[in-house]
Each structure stands twice: as C-alpha cells, then as structure tokens.
Design a protein. Structure first.
Length: 371
C-alpha cells in the first residue's frame, strides 16, 4: 500500500524539513529584530505552528503505530495558536481599553454568515470582548484535557481513531473537540467582524484566513477520510505479520497531507507575517547578546495565565489588557537597555503607533536626541 511505503515518508519528510527551515528562518529574523515585543511574541508563537505541525505529522507518518501521541502535541498547539492570534489583534489595536473606545455604542450586524441572524442585537461592550477572549481561552483548556483522555483511551484500546462507532471513544472525543473549536473560531469571527475596519492597516484578512485555513484544513481532511472509511473506499489491510486497521491507514493519509500542506503554509505565512516591518537599518550591534532574552520572552507563559485569570474573574470589568501589556513590555525593554527610552524603542513606536510601547512625549524626545 502506497501510504505505508517509503515514498510518502520521504516526500513528507522533505516537505516537513523544508517547511520547518523556511519558518524557523522567519522566526529567527523576528528574534533578531525584536523591537516590538508586544506584537512579535504573538507572531513568533503563531509561526511556530508550521514546524510543530510538519514535524509531528512526519514522525506520525514514520511511526504510525504511535501517531496518536504526536498528533496530541499538534492538536494542543492548535488551540494555543487561536488564542495567540486573538491576542495579536488586541495588541495591534492597543489593548481592550482602546478597542472598547473604538467600537462602544455600536451593534453587531445580524447576518447568517456570523450566525447572528436569529439572535437579538448584540452591543459592542466590555462583555462582548470578554466573550471573544473566553471562547479562545476555553479551547486552550479543553484541548489538552481531551488529548490526555485520548491517550488514556488509546492505551486501553478504547479510542480507535476515525472509527465513528458509539462503542469507541473517538466519536465522543470528536464531538467535544468540535464544539470547543467551533466556539473558539466563532469568537474569533465575531471579534474580526467588530474590528475589521480599525484592523485594516494591519491586513488582518490574510492573517485570519491563514490561521483558520491551517486549522480547518486538517479538520475537514479528517472528516473526509472518516467518510471514505464509511463508504469502504479506505479499507483495512491484513498482512502475514499484522493487521493494519482502517483508522491507522486514514491517519497516515492525514499526516502525509499535512506534511505537504505545511510547505505551502510556510511560504504564505511569510507574506502574512513579514519581518520587514520590524527591521531597522542599523549596524545590528548587541542583537546576538539579546537573542536568548528574546527567546525567553516568547516562551514565557505568564501572559496566557494572567489573561485566563482575569477573563474568568468577577473583577474583569476593571481589567485592561492594554495597560498590562504596556507594563510588561516596559519591564522587558528595561532588561535590554538603560532606563532611558532607546532609539530602537522610539523607532518601534513610530512604526507601530498602536503598540503602546512608549508615550508620544517620550517618542518625540528620543527621536530629537537621535537626530
């Protein structure tokens, strides 16, 4: 059978390695020009989906008997990416307070495309923003739990991937997963609908479509492969040594397709999240010295933990993400430079005026000094 042979493993491996190399180079460029951490930390985390998806799918293709463990890593990061994309949009617009000032007093238009055609009119207020953030955060919690349950069921031969029989856990895990991911993406769609006009300077549509396409491509491929199982297009295989189930064959096709798709995604993400807007033409002095600090900042989980606590807290209305991010970025910048506003900070604030890196007074002062 082709999908279990060496040819798909070689083709998938070459695509996975090429996609990972292209995206890792893009990530490295962002880390080398980490002048706007409030935005770039989220961009780097989003870009990381390519090597994680590509490599885990390739490993699953080669070691298909253990694919469920690699796929679990891939699926957990998927939830993380949806949340990070929403946070990036928040940072583009200066945080929740700034967004609220722009949209408050307006109403969400009723439309069948957003699923609001049969609902009463929804006001753009602080609770609307809270729902958008909560809908993505819940997926970050549900998905790891579902992945752990999946591994436990697989270990006890109760999962049976792509088998929709009610006797096995795959059906119930899939239902829970689909409800959770649908709610997360629905919150993302509602937020984009409310803010697309003020997000226009940042070309949000291509970014939104890329994130959604990567996640939904794997979902609909899995659905199609399950359907092909039901109509007996994909069948199990019996060898002299072992029985290869129809679920294992479907999973191998899924992993092979993802390997190939990630190569395309790597090129498209370079267009969606270019590093050029953050690159400053200078000597590059001391960039290597701060590279480790930049990596540590992108890996720091405190932003998500604090966000989760605040968004599910009863004191949410007094919470301002924009102010919190500005303070965290100020602390980060002070670790890299002197307490004075640096020329790089001034340049970043000028290039990205809604990033809330520094105040306009400090910007003018710093630019005048550098001139």
């Amino acid at each position: 059978m082709f999908i279990l042979g060496s040819a798909p493993q070689v083709l998938g491996g070459l695509s996975a390695i090429a996609a990972s190399a292209i995206t890792c180079h893009q990530i490295y460029q962002h880390l080398q020009n980490y002048f706007c951490p409030s935005q770039q930390r989220w961009i780097i985390r989003i870009l990381s989906i390519v090597p994680i998806y590509a490599l885990t799918s390739w490993f699953s293709l080669m070691m298909w008997k253990f694919s469920i463990y690699f796929v679990s890593i891939r699926d957990v990061y998927e939830a993380f990416v949806i949340y990070n994309f929403l946070c990036l949009c928040y940072e583009y617009l200066g945080g929740e307070n700034s967004i609220l000032n722009e949209i408050q007093g307006k109403q969400l238009p009723t439309s069948w495309m957003t699923g609001t055609c049969c609902l009463p009119k929804i006001d753009y207020d602080i609770q609307f923003l809270r729902f958008c953030k909560q809908s993505t955060l819940q997926f970050c919690v549900v998905k790891p739990i579902v992945s752990i349950i999946t591994i436990i069921l697989e270990a006890n031969d109760k999962f049976h991937e792509n088998n929709l029989s009610p006797k096995y856990g795959y059906l119930y895990v899939t239902i829970i997963y689909n409800i959770s991911v649908t709610l997360a993406l629905y919150g993302l769609v509602l937020f984009y609908t409310a803010t697309r006009d003020i997000l226009k300077p940042y070309d949000p549509l291509i970014k939104f479509c890329m994130v959604k396409a990567i996640i939904f491509a794997s979902f609909w491929q899995g659905f199609l492969l399950s359907f092909l199982e039901l109509i007996k297009v994909i069948k199990s295989r019996v060898d002299e040594e072992e029985v290869i189930t129809v679920g294992e064959i479907s999973a191998s096709w899924q992993n092979f397709l993802i390997c190939m798709e990630m190569l395309v995604s790597a090129f498209l993400l370079r267009t969606a999240f270019p590093c050029t807007v953050y690159i400053k033409n200078d000597s590059g002095a001391n960039r290597e010295q701060s590279l480790r600090t930049n990596i540590r900042d992108t890996l720091n989980p405190k932003y998500m933990v604090n966000d989760y606590i605040h968004n599910f807290s009863s004191t949410y209305s007094s919470y301002a993400l924009g102010n919190q991010s500005a303070q965290e970025d100020s602390d980060f910048d002070r670790r890299l430079a002197s307490p004075e506003v640096t020329e790089d900070e001034a340049w970043a604030a000028q290039a990205h005026p809604k990033a809330n890196l520094i105040t306009n007074d400090h910007l003018d002062l710093s630019l005048s000094r550098s001139a």
